[in-house]
Write a protein that binds this ligand. Structure first.
Ligand code: 13P
Length: 253
C-alpha cells in the first residue's frame, strides 16, 4: 500500500520553544501507526536539527524543510542548499508551496531545478501544486495543474519520479477555512494520478502519495482522506495545535 502521510507545515509560526513543546505533545501521545502511515513535520530552518533529533527514535516520523535554493552553492546570501539539508540528515523538503510561488515568484522551471538538486542529495521532494480561485471559477484547474506537473517533474527518469510526493493545495482553500469538498479533492487527485500514469505507467502512479492541503482539520480530515486517491494531507493552521494534528494523524487510512 502506498504511504499515507500527515504532513504538518508550520510555515513562519511558533518560537523554537513552542515548536519543541508541540513536537513533544504529539510524540508523547504515542499514536499507534501502521508501517504505511507516516508523519512529517515541516519546520522552519533554525528548528530542523532540533526536530530531527526529537523524532530520531520514532519509526513513522520524519522532518522536512519548507524550501531549498535552486542553485548548488555559492554567493546567495540567506539561502539554504540541498547539500546543507543533507548534511544535517534531512530526508524531505517541501517545494513549490503556493506562498513561495506567489510571494517569491518561484517558477515551474526553478522548481524543476530544485527537484533535481534534492534528488541528487537523496531528499524526497514534497511538490506542491494547485490553482487559484479565478482558475477554478474558469473551470481550467486541470490544465493548470497538469502544466505545473509537466514543467517541474516530467523531465525526471522513472526511478526519480517514484521518490516524489505530490501535495495538491487549491489556493482558495489555504488558510481560508474553505476546504475543497471531499469530492473536489478526490476528483483532482484522480486526475493527477492519471497524468502520472500516462507518462510513467501504472506501477509508479499507484505508488505515488498525493496529499491534499487547504484547511484540513481534525473534524474534516477523515472525510477528505477517505477519497481513494487522497493519501493524507499537508496541514498548515491545524498542525500548530497538538490535539488537532493528533486527530488528523489518527484519520490516516
Ligand atoms: P491551512 O491548513 O492553514 O489551510 O494551510 C494549508 C497549507 O498551505 C499547507 O501547506
Amino acid at each position: 500500500m502506498r504511504k499515507q502521510i500527515a504532513a504538518a507545515n508550520w510555515k513562519m509560526n511558533l518560537t523554537y520553544q513552542q515548536g519543541e513543546k508541540l513536537l513533544d505533545d504529539i510524540l508523547t501521545a504515542k499514536i499507534p501507526l501502521a508501517p504505511h502511515q507516516q508523519v512529517i513535520f515541516t519546520v522552519p530552518y533554525p528548528y530542523l536539527i532540533m526536530a530531527n533529533s526529537a523524532v530520531a527514535n520514532e519509526n513513522n516520523y520524519a522532518v522536512a524543510a519548507q524550501n531549498c535554493y535552486h542553485k548548488k552553492s555559492g554567493a546567495f546570501t540567506g539561502e539554504v542548499s540541498t547539500e546543507m539539508l543533507q548534511s544535517i540528515g534531512i530526508k524531505y523538503c517541501v517545494i513549490g508551496h503556493s506562498e513561495r510561488r506567489e510571494y517569491f515568484a518561484e517558477s515551474n522551471q526553478q522548481l524543476a531545478e530544485k527537484i533535481d538538486l534534492l534528488l541528487e542529495k537523496s531528499i524526497q521532494p514534497i511538490f506542491c501544486c494547485g490553482e487559484a480561485l479565478s482558475i477554478r471559477e474558469a473551470g481550467t484547474q486541470n490544465n493548470w495543474v497538469e502544466t505545473q506537473l509537466k514543467e517541474s517533474l516530467f523531465h525526471l527518469q522513472p526511478g526519480d519520479m517514484e521518490k516524489v510526493i505530490i501535495a495538491y493545495e487549491p489556493i482558495w482553500a489555504i488558510g481560508t477555512g474553505k476546504t475543497a469538498s471531499a469530492a473536489q479533492a478526490q476528483e483532482m487527485h484522480e486526475f493527477i494520478r492519471s497524468i502520472i500514469q500516462q507518462k510513467y505507467g501504472t506501477a509508479i502512479a499507484d505508488n505515488l502519495s498525493i496529499l491534499y492541503g487547504g484547511s484540513v482539520k481534525g473534524a474534516n480530515a477523515g472525510e477528505i482522506f477517505a477519497g481513494p486517491d487522497v493519501d493524507g494531507g499537508l496541514v498548515g493552521g491545524a498542525s500548530l495545535v497538538a490535539e488537532e494534528f493528533i486527530a488528523i494523524i489518527k484519520a490516516l487510512k
